[in-house]
Design a protein around this ligand. Structure first.
Ligand code: GLU
Length: 292
C-alpha cells in the first residue's frame, strides 16, 4: 500500500480540519475571518486542527512571514493541535505524481512559463488562475503517457490529463451550496508538477498547489476543508485528483470573502488591513472578531 492510501472517510471519522496559510505576506482581515471560521468549526466539533504552512513558492515564501502568521493567529486566540510544513514533504507529493504517471493520467509538458511561475500558489481569481491549456503537449494516445511513466524525467513539468467527456464535477458545498464545474470547459489540463529550477541533483522540482493540497488533505485525514469561496473551482480540480489517486473527498465549506469599501477582495496587498497594522493602531482581538 502506498503511504498516502488510507481507509475512506465515514460519518464516524473524527472531525479534522486545517488552517493553510501561505507565508507570502502578512495575514489580513480576510484571512483572519476564514481562519476564525475554520477554527470555530473544528472546536465546535471537538475535532483536531492542523496548521499547514504552505511554503512551496520559492520566490515568495519567507520564514519571517511563517513566524508572523503564527504569532498573528495566536494573538487572535486561535490554536491548533499539530503542524506540517509543505517544503518538508516534497517526496510524498512526488510519489503521488508517480502514481498518476503509472495510471496514464499525467504527461510531460514543455509549455507555459507563466502558469509555471504561479502554479505553486493557490489561484484566487481569474488573473492568477491557469488559462485553459491548449493541449499542445497532450499525447493523443494515452499509451504514450504510460510509456513516459516508465522513464519519469526529472527535468520536465507535468500536467494532469482531465477527462474529455464533458461530465461536470458536482459537489455540494456546506456553505455555498451545489456547485458544478466542467473539465475542458471551466479548466483544462492543469499543472501538477514544476520542473527543478536549479541544477542541484537534490532538487526534484515542486508539486503544484492542487497536487500538494490533495496529498496533504488525505495524509492528514482532513474531513472538512474550510477556505475562501475563491477556491471553489480549485475544489473541482482537487476532486478529480482525489478520484485519480483513489483518495476520499472531504466535505467543503467555502466562506464568503471580505471586501473593502470599494468592493475589492481583500488581498495581501491591502497592507492597511494587515492584522499587524490594525493591532499597532490599538485594535484588540475582540475588536477584530466584532468585524466578522
Ligand atoms: N494556502 C492557500 C492560500 O493561502 C490556502 C489553500 C487552501 O486552503 O486549500 O490561499
Amino acid at each position: 500500500m502506498k503511504s498516502w492510501d488510507h481507509t475512506s472517510t465515514t460519518m464516524s471519522t473524527p472531525y479534522t480540519g486545517r488552517l493553510a496559510p501561505s507565508p507570502t505576506g502578512l495575514l489580513h482581515l480576510g484571512h483572519a475571518r476564514t481562519f476564525f471560521i475554520a477554527h470555530q468549526r473544528a472546536r465546535d466539533a471537538r475535532g483536531t486542527l492542523y496548521l499547514r504552512d504552505e511554503d512551496l513558492d520559492p520566490q515568495r515564501s519567507r520564514p519571517e512571514f511563517s513566524a508572523a502568521m503564527r504569532e498573528d493567529l495566536h494573538w487572535l486566540g486561535l490554536t491548533w493541535d499539530a503542524e506540517i510544513r509543505q517544503s518538508d514533504r516534497i517526496p510524498l507529493y512526488r510519489a503521488a505524481l508517480d502514481q498518476l504517471l503509472a495510471a496514464g493520467l499525467a504527461y510531460p509538458c514543455a509549455c507555459s512559463r507563466r502558469d509555471l511561475a504561479q502554479s505553486t500558489q493557490a489561484p484566487h481569481d481569474d488573473e492568477d488562475d491557469e488559462p485553459l491549456y491548449n493541449n499542445r503537449c497532450r499525447p493523443t494516445d494515452p499509451a504514450a503517457d504510460l510509456l513516459d511513466s516508465r522513464h519519469p524525467r526529472r527535468t520536465t513539468n507535468y500536467r494532469f490529463r482531465t477527462p474529455g467527456d464533458l461530465r461536470p464535477i458536482l459537489f455540494t458545498d456546506l456553505h455555498s451550496g451545489p456547485q458544478s464545474f466542467t473539465p475542458a470547459v471551466d479548466f483544462g489540463d492543469f499543472l501538477i508538477w514544476r520542473r527543478p529550477l536549479t541544477s542541484n541533483p537534490d532538487d526534484i522540482g515542486l508539486p503544484s498547489y492542487q497536487l500538494a493540497c490533495v496529498v496533504d488533505d488525505a495524509l492528514t485525514h482532513i474531513t472538512e476543508v474550510v477556505r475562501g469561496r475563491d477556491l471553489l473551482k480549485s475544489t473541482a480540480r482537487q476532486i478529480l485528483l482525489q478520484r485519480a489517486l483513489r483518495l476520499p473527498t472531504p466535505a467543503y465549506f467555502h466562506c464568503d470573502l471580505m471586501r473593502d469599501a470599494a468592493g475589492i477582495r481583500l488581498a495581501k496587498r491591502h497592507d492597511a488591513l494587515a492584522l499587524r497594522t490594525l493591532r499597532a493602531q490599538g485594535l484588540t482581538p475582540a475588536d477584530i472578531l466584532a468585524m466578522f
